[in-house]
Ligand binder design. Sequence first.
Ligand code: CA
Ligand code: CA
Ligand code: CA
Length: 423
Amino acid sequence: MSYLTAAVLILSVFKLIHGTHSLPQLQITKDREIFFNKTSYVRIPPLNLHNHINLSFRTCVGGTLFVQNSVKNKISLNVTTEGLLLIIHLTSKTYESKISGQFLDNSWHNVNIVTRSGNITFSVADQQQVVANASYNAELMNAEVTLADETSKLILGEGFVGCMFEGANLISNTSISEKHNVEWGPCPLPIGSCSPCKKAGDPCQNNGRCEEDKTTGNYDCVCEAGFTGIPPNCTKITTCASSPCVNNGICSSSPVDSSFNCTCPDGFTGANCELEIDDCNSNTCKNGGYCLNKNGFRCFCIPGYTGSHCEIDVNECWSNPCFNGAQCIDLVNRYSCVCPVGFTGRDCKIDINECASNPCMNGATCIDGNATFTCICPPGLTGNICDFNIDDCKSSPCLNNGLCLDQLNNYTCNCDGTGFTGA
Ligand SMILES: [Ca+2]
Ligand SMILES: [Ca+2]
Ligand SMILES: [Ca+2]
């Protein structure tokens, strides 16, 4: 970049920052103006709250000028019928800063968000709001680390209809790959009144509704049912020739005067079938189902219910989900198994290991059963848990009045005083 180019750029940015209203007349490259048509957006590199943020816009309709989302945080700038709204959501708290005014007038407005001299300010033309400083929303003064992180997505022009002129840290150009339906170049919106209907003085005939075509700035007439024509004419339809029956009503002509009659499908009424009968009331769909009034009605049930009115509680036990003879209890969108003794787990599939607490004594082997255990005792021991030493003296194995001493799977004979000896 040459020094001359740099100087021109600095001068341009200076003029932008200081918000003159002659912006479009600056000598600028054409691709710094972008037209957004409601479905348009451009994704550009994320910004930090403490960077200087600047852009200009021109709109009749408004929308979101930019929105930056990250996992925990969000910053957005919106232009509405009430004014300009800056919303910063940081972790769990939302900070809103509003500049009231009429900005939907198709004139250029220049917005700045600046951190300077210990204040974050938000301004347009001569109106300024303090967003944060050391004693007000002080958390935002240190928020730079978390506002723009690696998860941040910065979108320009979400749901916005109008033109934008890029400024500091909101740089956009035609080489950006993530874009949709945007047009770079001079703003195509005609400068002037935003209300072509008012300007034309309610032009639509026969109660036709005047609607602005928000992309072209022209108006259109939406004729009442039974009327048709090219704006501003909404002339009465008198024959079947111009398909007066809406919502799939069937048109039949009178043989006498060629006037018509509409036979309406279920859910519709009116001379032209233009009125939809509301088939939904608070009781149409049971159990919290949502009722859609369309061609009659249709219920959208919450999980666990079915039937045309969501009146049926689905039996989640139908497939016998519980194992090992457990009892199944049907609940809303789930089931519960009541396990027999010795089994556990959601579906009672798990055989509880009754040997886990080492209930068998004296080195016996434990064999797990259903709600029980079996101990295989070493020789000489007996009892449920092998805690009983078998009396090996019971059969009086010592001869000649020898004294028998019981041992483990064995005995000894004490021959003292008997006059005998031996084992
Ligand atoms: Ca159920
Ligand atoms: Ca067991
Ligand atoms: Ca013994």
